[in-house]
Write a protein that binds this ligand. Structure first.
Ligand code: ASP
Length: 473
């Protein structure tokens, strides 16, 4: 007999008649076992749902085994699936109207007593132990739902953009350091000792190079890595919806992404109410004066989990002073200035007044996306690097490939990137992005389950030509 998944019980032919039963083979995890003297009840759980098993003492062999099973054991069962009489149906559960009268049980694997309850929402369990036993933590219903809903969001995005002629293109993970404002994670090269790859802080340069390559509409669900100091709700690696378009203007990108987000919320979270459509567009200066932050929380009722208040923040200054008295970029060195500031950039005059084409999308007080129109003319891009204090030699070494690519007919282009973990967390009313990432790291960047980072062998170090400095004490 072929195994069916628990939810399939609902679709069996006895649906039409309350009398008929059907023999099924199902398997999964013991959720709860209740011993009612002679009768044993087991709630069996698989990826699709839970159903009650009934083991009668007359089924001697099955009853003996049922007596020994414990929560989280993996079992396979054959029995008669039937509808429960209406007055006994459990309305709280999707399959509460069905049960399986067990004829045969096989134990596929036993389980140690888990270090924490799996039947709860898990908020009451310490995070360290949840992350150490993440494979057990993920069994709980809340996390199963979060990870599945995350996938639904990704699928919605992929379908939506595919329909609009976007192409999803993967870009390298082993790459070169990019100036996105954070510290790079680096990977030593074995074949070229003393040289290092950097893990991408975002696919920024590759996506712009793809515009120079003629793809016109690119997106990627991309992993980004930034080696930042501990921050409670940040992850050293996170997922972006990254996007870039050629022959486009600021409003095109904002409108497309606004429609994408509204469509996603309506389809996946119909209970959520979007406060204002179209999303308000607020100049940075005004937002700072009014709210004292460029991430205003515009919800009317901040306790309402179903209110979504989006706004675009625009007209950011391009540059700001760094602590050494020089200029640094506020968002992205590849951005173009707003049209009326192009001349100022070319002359490198009144640098602090230059406004960028940057737009950030804010949701309930969190920045969830940011992007800009780019500087596609090499001479303008070069001016930005000069203002940032790079010498000609440094510009050539670090950005020569971008400048060179733009000398061969790069189209005007622009794009945006969304922090997907954050969006999913907000939509799921989760307090932390770790609740919507399958295998997150701790706040101090450790993977407690895999025990990473960890030391590597002397042999590996020798191959890489790396010597570890010993602590002095
Ligand atoms: N690469 C930028 C970031 O990661 C987003 C963009 O401008 O497309 O923030």
């Amino acid at each position: 007999m072929k195994r069916i998944q628990i939810r399939e019980i609902k679709g069996l032919s006895f649906e039409a008649s309350a009398e008929k039963e059907e023999i099924v083979k199902i398997s999964g995890w013991v959720d709860v076992r209740r011993d009612h003297g002679k009768l044993i009840f087991i709630d069996l759980r698989d990826a699709t749902g839970k159903v009650q098993l009934v083991v009668l003492p007359s089924e001697k062999e099955a009853h003996q085994i049922a007596d020994t099973v414990r929560p989280e054991w993996v079992i396979e069962v054959e029995g008669e699936a039937k509808r429960r009489p209406d007055n006994m149906a459990n309305a709280d559960s999707e399959l509460g109207g069905f049960e399986v009268l067990v004829k045969k049980i096989s134990v596929l694997n036993e389980a140690k007593t888990p270090p924490f309850e799996i039947g709860t929402d898990g908020y009451e369990v310490g995070e360290e132990v949840r992350l150490k036993y993440r494979y057990l933590d993920l069994r709980r219903e809340r996390l199963q739902k979060n990870i599945r809903d995350r996938y639904r969001a990704l699928k919605f995005i992929r379908d939506y953009l595919t329909d609009k002629d976007f192409v999803e293109i993967e870009t390298p993970i082993l790459t070169k350091s990019t100036p996105e404002g954070a510290r790079d994670f680096v990977v030593p090269s074995r074949t070229q000792k003393g040289k290092f790859y950097a893990l991408p802080q975002s696919p920024q340069q590759y996506k712009q190079l793809l515009m120079a390559s003629g793809f016109e509409k690119y997106f990627q669900i991309a992993k980004c890595m930034r080696d930042e100091d501990t921050r409670s709700d940040r992850q050293p690696e996170f997922t972006q919806l990254d996007m870039e378009m050629a022959f486009t203007e600021k409003e095109d990108i904002m409108n497309l992404n606004e429609a994408l987000i509204i469509g996603m919320v309506k389809e996946l979270m119909p209970e959520k109410k979007i406060k204002e459509i179209p999303f308000p567009r607020l100049p940075f200066k005004e937002v700072m004066e009014k709210y004292g932050t460029d991430r205003p929380d515009l919800r009317e009722d901040k306790n309402d989990p179903n209110e979504l208040a989006f706004c675009w923040v625009v007209d950011f200054p391009f540059f700001e002073k760094n602590d050494k008295g020089g200029w640094t970029f506020t968002h992205n060195p590849f951005s173009a200035p707003a049209k009326e500031y192009e001349e100022m950039l070319m002359k490198k005059e009144n640098v602090g007044e230059i406004i960028a084409t940057q737009y950030d999308l804010v949701l309930n007080g969190f920045e969830i996306a940011g992007g800009s129109i780019r500087n596609h003319r090499p001479e303008a891009l070069k001016k930005v690097f000069e203002i940032l204090g790079f010498s000609d030699e440094e510009i050539g070494k670090n950005f020569g490939h971008m400048l060179s690519a733009f000398e061969y007919g790069a189209p005007p282009h622009g794009g945006i990137a969304f922090g997907l973990d954050r969006i999913v967390a907000i939509l799921k009313n989760e307090p932390s992005i770790r609740e919507v990432i399958a295998f997150p790291k701790t706040g101090d960047s450790r993977d407690l389950m895999m025990d990473a980072p960890s030391e590597i062998s002397q042999e590996q170090l020798d191959e890489l030509g790396i010597e570890i400095k010993k602590n002095k004490d």
